[in-house]
Design a protein around this ligand. Structure first.
Ligand code: PEP
Ligand code: MG
Length: 546
């Protein structure tokens, strides 16, 4: 039994087997083999097993995400059959007398490099696929069957997890996330909260833990490897207590989000994809205050089409049945990367080419998303908001493009509704000029995650800074109060959709500032409702802004 202390990212207790989620960059050991023919046979068995995995992944994916999105698994299966690829692996094993893992890794790297040099864009895009298929065969050779994560619920342990990796996991099959690196403010941490999954970071995970039983305590920030009977029993009791607390909160379903002195506030939820809507509804969310649409763009090979997006937004709007759904336009860049966009590596990605800056310079991407959003607005109550705004000029440009899209849809006879327009206030610049911005839009949504990072000049991704990173910093709170005041004076309603919105220690303060809406992870709706109902909003002059 070993106990490891880390940092809690999301509460809750999990008990289960660990699945070590290995990285593609993992160093592959090279060693000599005595019998090259036997090693080739070992490679061929692994390749066939990998192909079988891909075929079954294809079948599952067709049902879950449709044929078009599933096609990638078919392509991978075909690449695994490629004669040149297989000859290269066999040759390496034979001529250098090396192990199959090493031969597959080297072949994967060589083919990836070769594809990346090709003229044709389609073939260039296959470069990452070559590495992927080599990794899949290596995983089988190492006995790390990737599909195990989807067979039984597991504690996913990794050095670090990218948002694109996290978002692809089936949340019903993940008991907890445990990583060595990663900060409490990263997008992966936010995803864990949205998925309502206990999570820890700062735990010294190793591949040797794979398959071992562990308990994860997200309340107190520790993991116990190979727990004894007494610990298991104690943790099961903690889980039962958590269940009881959750059941007590259920009584708040259907109750108004009203303070003791009668102020009503909108309590909405943050989502990353269609699959999260179920938990918004089951937690009685009043709407969706932040749909991080960029997750639709992650973990795939090419841009989603207008129609694909339209179907997703339409489904969310329909499932929410008339409740407000605020879609944030593509906020990609920094930690959220999609290889097919071919964004350059930057010195300071958080301050770089991202979000609205990409949308304004690549209008074809932006317009396709806006068309999908406007078309979906015919099926529900959809609003749109724009991320990373710093100036009035940007908002004017964005509004012009939105008007253009609306006009084109009307000309084409495509139905659309009225789409409320908002901006995120997540840069200090936007907060300071919120009096000027208020005249341009219908609402503000304060993104406290970035607002804190930029105000304090502290990288939210850097776990070394967690001890300095203080979202309760007076500077951040003053900016929020300024934004609420300026927004109301200029006729906007004002919400908070950053993680601070779910901080129940601040709920009463926000209500007293006149905040009109809080948008939180679905699992935080009922705890925040409890806090709202126990709070006094005071006699705020802006109370009638809802
Ligand atoms: C924020 O910055 O507070 C926010 C809600 O956006 P994201 O966390 O996705 O950057
Ligand atoms: Mg942000």
């Amino acid at each position: 039994m070993e106990k490891h202390l880390g940092k809690s990212i999301f509460q809750g207790v999990a008990i289960g087997k660990i699945l070590f989620y290995g990285k593609k960059e993992e160093i592959i050991k090279r060693y000599k083999v005595a019998d090259a023919e036997a090693e080739i046979a070992r490679y061929e068995r692994a390749r066939d097993a990998a192909a079988a995995q891909l075929n079954s992944l294809y079948d599952t994916a067709v049902q879950k995400v449709g044929e078009e999105n599933a096609a990638i698994f078919e392509v991978h299966a075909m690449l695994l059959e490629d004669d040149d690829f297989n000859d290269s692996v066999r040759n390496l094993i034979k001529t250098q007398q090396v192990n199959a893992e090493y031969a597959a890794a080297v072949t994967g790297e060589n083919f990836a490099a070769m594809f990346s040099q090709m003229e044709d864009e389609y073939f260039r895009a296959r470069s990452a696929d070559m590495k992927d298929i080599a990794e899949r065969v290596i995983a089988v050779l190492a006995g790390r069957e990737q599909k195990r994560a989807f067979d039984e619920p597991v504690i996913v342990a990794a050095d670090d997890l990218m948002p694109s990796e996290t978002v692809q996991m089936d949340k019903n099959k993940v008991l907890a996330f445990v990583t060595r690196q990663g900060s409490a403010n990263s997008h992966t941490a936010i995803l864990a909260r949205t998925m309502n999954i206990p999570a820890l970071t700062g735990i010294p995970v190793t591949q040797e833990w794979d398959g071992h039983t562990a308990v994860v305590d997200g309340h107190n920030g520790f993991l116990i490897l190979d727990p004894d009977e007494a610990i298991l029993q104690e943790m099961e009791e903690r889980q039962a207590k958590d269940r009881q607390a959750r059941e007590l909160l259920q009584e708040l379903k259907g109750k108004p989000d009203r303070t003791k002195d009668g102020k009503e506030i909108r309590l909405y939820a943050n989502i990353g994809n269609l699959a999260d809507v179920g938990s918004v509804l089951s937690n009685d969310g009043g709407g969706i205050g932040l749909f991080r649409s960029e997750f639709i763009y992650l973990g795939r090979e090419s841009l989603p089409t207008e129609d694909e997006q339209f179907q997703i937004y339409k489904s969310v709007a329909e499932m929410m049945a008339g409740k407000k759904v605020i879609i944030r336009t593509l906020d990609i860049g920094a930690d959220k990367q999609a290889a097919y966009l071919k964004l350059d590596k930057e010195e300071n990605p958080a301050l770089g080419y991202r979000a609205i800056r990409i949308c304004l310079t690549r209008p074809e991407i932006f317009k396709s998303q806006l068309r999908a959003i406007y078309r979906a607005s015919a099926f529900g109550n959809i609003a749109v908001m724009y991320p990373m705004i710093t100036s009035v000029e940007e908002v004017k440009k964005v509004r012009r493009i939105a008007q253009e899209v609306e006009r084109e849809l009307t000309e084409q006879g495509l139905p659309h509704g009225k789409v409320e327009q908002g901006i995120m206030i997540e840069t200090p610049a936007a907060a300071v000029i919120s009096d000027l911005l208020a005249g341009e839009v219908d609402f503000f949504s304060i993104g406290t995650n970035d607002l804190t990072q930029y105000t304090l000049a502290m990288d939210r991704q850097n776990s070394r800074l967690d001890e300095f990173y203080n979202p309760h910093h007076e500077a951040v709170l003053r900016l929020i109060a300024t934004v609420a005041e300026n927004g109301h004076r200029g006729g906007c309603w004002v919400g908070i959709c950053g993680e601070l919105g779910a901080d129940t220690a601040l709920t009463e303060k926000f209500l007293q500032m006149g905040i009109d809406e809080l948008s939180v992870s679905p699992s935080m709706i009922l705890p925040v409702r409890k806090q709202i109902r126990a709070s006094l909003a005071g006699t705020d002059k802006n109370q009638d802004k809802n």
